[in-house]
Design a protein around this ligand. Structure first.
Ligand code: BGC
Length: 361
């Protein structure tokens, strides 16, 4: 992507101190997030324009899935390493709470917000409120729709959907499929389904693959996935060959339904997140694959980008994604498909889990 960056460089002191301001507007053709740049009087890598450490607000939807606990831990670790002040708030799946928590952080005074939205549309109001105070916003993992959000940091979500479907199709080229999406209020769930369909559509059109059910599990709930799977088993008289579950939580729900029907291990099941119970199921044989998304580059990347945005410095980006209002500059990290054959050379080698955690002693 080549975005045009308008850089405002402030030279000299501001009017409050009675001095003249001089703005130089430079047009740069760079792949960067648009950011007004100011010179800071304070030294140190994390000093904000106000002179103190950069204050980052991290608004999280949930800690329900194991990965989000990892995200929180790593964001905290990175903020500490670089000397930024961090406030983390978790909304537990409640949009009103998330909006309020973000408002509170803005009132207390943050220089930048990182938001993992519960609802990608409702969170647009958080961006508006932040921008009214001149605070930039990073959409973390999940896109914030129809807003002027400054940056999007995530994995390659649509590609992950393609990887899940590709794996399923390679191993089960013909048969009855169940597609279990995530929460419809999470744009990731829609991107994943888009990716899955990119791959499956030709096989569906050829009638090699028959989609028995293509629903979305509210709130990414395992119970919803269980119900969807039970219904599909009933509808087909237990004749399901593959379940494309969009994450490990929903895969777990689907596998519970398969277990009750005596079919666990006989039906291909995909997932995402490489969470511990899922990787254990993979080596046991009841879940077929997952998608490993390294969280450290995401968490560290978000803190580092937040500091740059707070200091009104440009952030280099290679990607972009349209959120309904604009092309949002994006940093999209690669993910890795994991099955029995490469558990050791991926999640265990990386130290995501120990050998004992996955295989037992
Ligand atoms: C994330 C997944 C996660 C899901 C449920 C998605 O937006 O990308 O990693 O499993 O939300 O929390």
């Amino acid at each position: 992507m080549t975005a045009t960056l308008i850089r405002f460089m402030r030279l000299g002191n501001d009017t409050k101190s009675g001095m003249k301001r001089l703005y130089v507007v430079a047009l740069l053709a760079l792949s960067c997030v648009k950011a007004p740049e100011q010179t800071s009087t304070a030294g140190g890598t994390t000093a904000a324009p106000h002179g103190g450490p950069v204050r980052i607000g991290f608004s999280m939807d949930t800690l329900k899935e194991e990965r989000w606990q990892r995200d929180k831990r790593l964001v905290e670790q990175r903020a500490k390493e670089v000397g930024a002040a961090l406030d983390v708030q978790v909304a537990n799946g409640d949009d009103a709470v998330q909006t309020k928590q973000a408002d509170n952080m803005l009132t207390k005074g943050v220089d930048v917000l990182i938001v993992a939205p519960h609802n990608g549309e409702i969170a647009a109001s958080i961006v508006e409120a932040a921008h009214r105070k001149g605070v930039p916003v990073i959409a973390y993992d999940r896109l914030i729709r129809d807003s002027d959000v400054d940056l999007y940091l995530s994995h390659q979500v649509e590609k992950i959907g393609e990887m899940q479907a590709d794996y399923a199709q390679k191993h089960v080229p013909k048969g009855n499929y169940v597609l279990i999406g995530g929460s419809p209020t999470d744009y990731n769930a829609l991107l994943l389904r888009k990716g899955q369909m990119n791959v499956l559509k030709p096989a569906i059109d050829r009638h090699d693959i028959k989609v028995i059910s293509e629903q979305f599990a509210r709130e990414w709930k395992a119970e919803e996935a269980l119900r969807i799977t039970e219904d599909a088993l009933t509808k087909t008289g237990n004749k399901i060959q593959a379940i494309v579950a969009s994450n490990d939580g929903t895969a777990g729900g689907a596998i519970s339904a398969l277990e009750a029907a005596g079919l666990a291990g006989k039906v291909l099941v995909t997932g995402q997140d490489a969470q511990k119970d899922a990787v254990q199921r993979i080596v046991k044989g009841t879940q077929t694959m997952t998608i490993y998304k390294p969280i450290q580059p995401l968490a560290f990347g978000a803190v580092d980008a937040a500091i740059k945005l707070a200091k009104k410095q440009p952030v280099e980006t290679k990607d972009k994604i349209n959120n309904g209002k604009k092309d949002v500059p994006a940093i999209l990290i690669e993910a890795i498909a994991v099955d029995k054959s490469n558990v050791d050379s991926t999640v265990i080698k990386d130290g995501y889990f120990t050998h004992a955690e996955i295989y037992g002693q």
